[in-house]
Write a protein that binds this ligand. Structure first.
Ligand code: NAP
Ligand code: 3JN
Length: 349
């Protein structure tokens, strides 16, 4: 085999750009990378291993002679084109939420449930970024002592909302530093492009990611709840989330409270984290060592620290978990799924 022919759908976006980088560093045998984006980008170029790749328009025939298609152009594009890719014989790894809760689609974090890949029928879903890093950190605890309940609050970076949202935060920050009145700040996208009202994020914190559902939770919060149960194969785990956007460019942080089924000491949790695949333990309060979003940028690991026993609840633990939302939260997890499919001999090219 000469290597895989890979399509990147959404190649110019915040996630797609990182997918190209992750593929450049990948151990996968790669014959060709093709890049797709909207009509506004057709004809522009991206680079893969120093070679020019011309951006193409997406049509159903785009997937002829493609082995693997990585999608990150939004749910409506996945809805329209993922099945076309499968029809043409490609395996789809989809970064959008469109297929995540479909019972026929594995939702995979390789450190946690790579065995689910064996059941794929052409489409594999990449979980939401906030879910992924929580799963990497909690799976070692779940395996050792079981998990009863999770209460998580997120501190999410603006790059999770796309390339235009990063630009908006930069503009707002400049406006603040130039002492422009707030009414003159650019507020077109955040907290959520498709919602009615927009607020400044610079020097602010916005407790809204995605739109609200009728029960007053946001869809981001529901994604964390539902995806956790599916990935951990346990509908009985109690999960609740509060998702907050903060003015950080890259790297999501999470404060996680977890109640275990059996007792476990902090020292044992630290040992588990030291050995866990994909985890980097950074936990030494005496030396002010703890995970920080800035230090997570361009790293593939999930950083875990501030591990403490709850003062009142015997089986309660608190953790601070940080990861690069564009890498482990999106592009790296997708490429890692592709590498795992290859290692498990599940790509029939
Ligand atoms: P982004 O920066 O706005 O990029 C969107 C990408 O989609 C661009 O490449 C854009 O091309 C392309 N696109 C738009 N319309 C298209 C069309 N009709 N045909 C083909 N390509 C089209 O957004 P992002 O942050 O990269 O996120 C993209 C998607 O990835 C999101 O909508 C979401 O579903 C998913 N995502 C997942 C996670 C996660 O947690 N796993 C995190 C973030 C995003 P142009 O540059 O030409 O407009
Ligand atoms: O906001 C973040 O930090 C993560 C955003 C993820 C996202 C953004 C737009 C659409 C998603 C996602 O992956 O859940 C989607 C979506 O596909 O629903």
């Amino acid at each position: 085999m000469k290597g895989y022919r890979i399509a990147i759908v959404g190649a110019t976006g915040a996630v797609g750009t990182k997918m190209i980088q992750m593929l450049e560093q990948s151990t996968l045998p790669i014959q060709e990378v093709r890049a797709f984006a909207s009509k506004h980008s057709v004809g522009k170029t991206v680079f893969f291993r120093q070679k020019k790749v011309i951006i193409e328009a997406l049509v159903p025939e785009s997937f002829e002679e493609i082995d693997l298609a990585l999608f990150s152009a939004g749910g409506s594009i996945s809805k329209e084109f993922a099945s076309e890719a499968v029809k043409h014989g490609a395996i789809v790894i989809d970064n959008t939420s469109y297929f995540r809760m479909d019972p026929n689609v594995p939702l995979v974090v390789p450190e946690v449930n790579k065995e689910d890949l064996k059941k794929h029928q052409g489409i594999i879903a990449n979980p939401n970024c906030s879910t992924i890093q929580m799963m990497v950190a909690l799976e070692p605890i779940r395996q050792k002592v079981g998990i009863e309940r999770i209460i998580v609050s997120t501190y999410q970076a603006v790059s999770g909302a796309g390339a235009k949202a990063v630009f908006e935060l930069e503009q707002q920050t400049q406006s603040y530093l130039n002492r422009l009145p707030k009414k003159e700040w650019q507020t077109d996208i955040l907290p959520c492009g498709s919602d009615q009202k927009h607020y400044p994020l610079a020097f602010n914190a916005l407790p809204q990611i995605d739109v609200f559902s009728e029960d007053d939770y946001t869809f981001e919060e529901w994604k964390m709840i539902n995806e956790t149960k599916k990935i951990m194969h346990d509908q009985t785990i109690k999960v609740v989330a509060t998702c907050v956007r903060i003015p950080v460019v890259q790297g999501h942080s999470e404060s996680i409270y977890v109640e275990t089924k059996e007792k476990i000491d902090v020292s044992e949790v630290r040992e588990l984290m030291e050995k866990a695949s994909g985890v980097c333990l950074e936990d030494d309060p005496s030396q002010q060592i703890y995970p920080q979003a800035l230090n997570s940028v361009n790293r593939k690991e999930t950083f875990v620290g501030r591990i403490r026993k709850d003062p009142d609840i015997e089986k309660g633990l608190h953790l601070w978990v940080v990861s690069d939302n564009l890498l482990k939260g999106a592009a790296w997890n997708s490429v890692q799924i592709a590498e795992t499919l290859h290692e498990m001999n599940l790509i029939h090219g």
